[in-house]
Each structure stands twice: as C-alpha cells, then as structure tokens.
Design a binder for this molecule. Structure first.
Ligand code: 3PY
Length: 269
C-alpha cells in the first residue's frame, strides 16, 4: 500500500505551510489536503505559497478537496447547494490549475448537506450538474473526481457506499462522465454502520482513493477496533493500487502518531 498524510487533520499543531515539511520529516513522500484556503478562490499569492510549501518540502500532492464551504461551521460541500454553484465552479477551475501545477490527479467533491427548505430533487439535480462540470474540467488534466460518504451530526445525505455509488451512476447515466470514483473512507463507512468488508468486495473497482482512521475516536490505527489490517489486505487482494490517506485525529502529537506504520512503509515504493 502507498500511504499519504492528510495535512488538514494531522500536523494541525503547525501552521498550514509548515505541514508538508513535517510530513516529509516523519518519513512520507505524499500528502493530501482538504481545501486549504478560507475562500473558494483565494488571492493568487496564497495559492503560490501553498505550492511553494509542497515543492520546498519535496512531497507530492496526491489528493485535494474542492472548496467545501465553512467546514468548522458545519458545511460539508457545495456540490448540491443550488445558490452556490457558481462559486463551486469557479473553485473547480482553480483546482484544475492546481492539479496541472502539482501533478495531483484526485479531487474530493464533498456533496453538501441536505437543505430542508429546498426541494430534494433540485438539490440532487444540482449535484449531478456540478459533478459533471467538475469531471469535465478535471478530465482536461487526466484526473478523477471523488465522492465520499461522511459521518457526523450534519445532514449530509451520503452515508453509505451504496448512496455514493448511486450518485456516481446517475452522473454517468445522465451526463456520460466516466472519471468519477468512490472515495472509500473506511472510518466514515464504519461509523455509519456500513459493512466495510462487503463494500470492499462489491465496489472495489469503483474505488479511486482510500482514507483510514480507527473507530471509535477517529484516531490512528490500533486505537479502535475497525479491523484496518483486514480491510487493507482485502483492498490489496482486490488489486487496489491507489493511495491510502491517513485521515485521523492523532491521539497525541502528530509526529508520534505513526508508530503503527514502520518507517520503510511510509515512503512510496
Ligand atoms: O469532513 C470530513 O470528516 C472529511 O472527511 C472531509 O473530507
């Protein structure tokens, strides 16, 4: 397996621009981020500083979330949010540029919380149109748009692998987009009650990216009872060759949270 560090949830003790170097110092060659800026389209100087931090650290960006709104405030994406489509699409263009500049080819589109006062079908149609738009833009750089199930208190409607796959199927059927894939976040799926072993068996070929944390707690592997070793060997046996993102809240200092992974397995090999 190839592992990368999610620097939006790990190394948060450090300013954002110092986190790629910290991941490198911990022995990793690859990182991923949630959208690292406050706005969908930040000033160019902020984007340049982010790209410089990756380059200076000598790490590869292998995953990036599109702008997802005010995440600390509870937002979980703009994809299905009708009044924010223009903002999402402006962000898609910038993300495509970041992909071209960095070589990153996997981009996670958080679907968005269900909005009680807007017709559900309108939100679903908005999501189909926005995912197709993102897929077309990301196709220009040969990349993939990912969709994931998320756990937590917010009214995020995609809770299981089946929920995600039905969205991917609808976008493909209605818009012909072929470069959309399932982001299998084993923590969120477990917490939501999905049968992860069955999911990996049934949907292995739809998986474009994997993220892990133990459960309960969302801490590093070994702190819970999710059975990560078994799931990772199932993925391996199914032929999964993509990245496994470490997307966990470290139970102590970030740099000390990698003991479960021998140093020689942290580098790309
Ligand atoms: O919001 C979360 O927990 C995520 O995993 C975002 O990618």
């Amino acid at each position: 397996m190839r592992y990368d560090v999610n620097c939006s949830i790990l190394f948060t003790e450090l300013p954002l621009l110092e986190r790629p170097a910290a991941a490198k110092a911990a022995g990793f060659d690859a990182v991923e981020f949630w959208w690292p800026f406050a706005e969908a389209v930040p000033p160019a100087s902020e984007v340049d500083a982010f790209l410089d931090a990756l380059g200076d650290a000598g790490v590869q960006l292998v995953g990036l979330n599109f702008f997802a709104g005010d995440m600390p405030g509870g937002d979980r994406g703009l994809v299905s949010w009708p009044s924010r489509s223009a903002e999402f699409r402006d962000n898609v263009e910038l993300v495509t540029g970041i992909g071209a500049a960095t070589g990153c080819r996997s981009f996670n589109a958080l679907y968005g919380n269900r909005i009680a006062y807007i017709d559900r079908e309108v939100q679903e149609e908005t999501a189909v149109a926005n995912l197709a738009f993102a897929a077309a833009a990301i196709d220009r750089i040969g990349g993939t748009v990912l969709v994931e199930a998320v756990s937590g208190p917010h009214p995020y409607p995609l809770r299981t692998a089946a929920d995600v796959v039905s969205v991917l199927d609808r976008v493909r059927a209605e818009r012909g987009s072929g470069n959309l894939a399932f982001l299998a976040d084993l923590y969120h799926l477990t917490v939501n009650g999905d049968d992860v072993a069955k999911v990996l068996e049934e949907h292995a070929e739809r998986i474009g990216h994997v993220q892990i944390a133990d459960a309960p707690g969302r801490h590093e592997p070994g702190t819970g009872d999710i059975g990560l070793d078994g799931h990772l060997s199932r993925l391996d046996q199914a032929g999964y060759q993509g990245w496994v993102g470490l997307e966990y809240v470290p139970s102590g200092p970030s740099a000390l949270s990698f003991d479960w992974l021998p140093r020689d397995l942290r580098r790309e090999h």
